[in-house]
Design a protein around this ligand. Sequence first.
Ligand code: ADP
Length: 594
Amino acid sequence: MKNGKIIKVSGPLVMAEGMEEANIQDICRVGELGLIGEIIEMRRDVASIQVYEETSGIGPGEPVVTTGEALSVELGPGIISQMFDGIQRPLDTFREVTQSNYLVRGTNIPALNRTNKWDFKATKNVGDYVQAGDIVGTVKETKVIEHRIMVPFGVSGKLTSIQDGSFTLDETVYVIETENGSKELTLLQKWPVRQGRPFKKKMNPHTPMATGQRVIDTFFPITKGGAAAVPGPFGAGKTVVQHQIAKYSDVDIVVYVGCGERGNEMTDVLNEFPELVDPSTGESIMERTILIANTSNMPVAAREASIYTGITIAEYFRDMGYSVAIMADSTSRWAEALREMSGRLEEMPGDEGYPAYLGSRVAEYYERAGRVLALGSEDREGSITAIGAVSPPGGDTSEPVTQNTLRVVKVFWALDATLAQKRHFPSMNWLSSYSLYSTEVGEYMNDFLQTNWSEMVQHAMNLLQEESELEEIVRLVGVESLSEKDRMTMSIAESIREDYLQQNAFDDVDTYTSRNKQLAMLDLILSLETEAREAMRLGAYYQEIIDGTVELRDRIARSKYIPESNLAEIENIKNDMKKRMHEIVAEGGMTKNA
Ligand code: ADP
């Protein structure tokens, strides 16, 4: 440790001299209050420190002490269900300790509780050889998650002591005889947030992450280990989409990073998440969720750190062999924090004032997503799926944050303010959204559903695209100019949009659709098309079909409300529809003959 002295304070940026022994990325205690800061630039003996707490009132001459440690997170039992700020200060404990709703500066409390005892069950024995990443035992942390205790990075050797028991995070749980002597280990480990946790191998993500949201799972799927961007103009339904994913996606752990959205929005998340119930377990989703909250009234630098804190926690659970989803809302606010710090450092600004390294920072973040083979002797597989919300000012997706994000993510869910105004929810625009995982996921789903799923999806998408071209013609010369065939295309496309893509998050049944139900529903609409076209081939007119199937099409529209337990009902509608089409052809024949 070495003392320096403050020479200048500029908002969250503090310059200190006499810091020649410090290094970039060292954590410092700044000023008399001991505020937490991180060195982001060194010039000779002058350190530029970004301070994670409000700097008002501190000034030149006050001391700066480096700790020699990098910005790190604590990883161990007690982390799930927690709400942290951007540098992993536990918000609830903070409130208790400081008796204040605001973060009291310089308060030094550990991220994870030190007095709780955790029941540890050893899965290895004395005498076993273990290496970094090996699981030595487990702690049942919440009703739904088993916390797997892994040998920390850089440690390997023979276990000389390990036993079941009840331990706090500070107590020795197992001992490993390493080459450099005996090492006492606890349930707790630390990891520097700016450095990805190591793994054996990165693998291609090919298993889809099921979300129960039809527009995502069917048309714009994401894989476990994939990365997606979701631009969310205000009111477009960004929050609802994220809630739905947090609730229904088939992952083990969810990390939600709320990054500098307006204060009250984050409060919404903090209040709402504990209320949400995971339908597969019946428990609160907090049993598998970790929240990281930085509202815009918290210091800008903590916002910059929050996504690294989040992804490091995600990596830790990935390493246990879990599938993790991390959501960051919004990466635009994060990028603005980056821009503000860069401006204060007087760096050369790039596009729209963002630093020139914006693109590489965005890429570094998303590259920490993926499907990997974890360290350790067991060949465990884990994944991180990263979903980043972007809030481009004025909805302009040509701005730098969106563009740099699109360069690295493979899925783009374009929430559309116009659709939201028309109450088409989720307001994901089917023409501008895309998923580059469609081919792999299509193959997986063909296999899973034992059918030609990917062809059905492609066909449905073609209809939607044709519809948009036909709409253009209708706008110019009116609907009468369309052929019978084109009018049928318009009608089926309308059904895909309204009966399939629209999904009400607030309806008990419609809020979640299984893969099998998605197949049954899509098959129903496409069968209507096949039958209708066949009827037309046999001489029925478009209008006859439309008039003759009013009731049936109404049943198709309501098929989304058929419970998962009664999917046979969708098959009934299909059979009735076929019968009805035959009748229409026969009746038509009769009118023509008469
Ligand atoms: P944002 O976070 O983008 O500002 P919200 O997620 O809060 O927008 O959505 C705004 C409103 O849109 C919600 O309060 C809700 O009424 C409606 N909405 C959004 N998505 C859905 C959905 N899937 N089903 C039903 N209503 C929705």
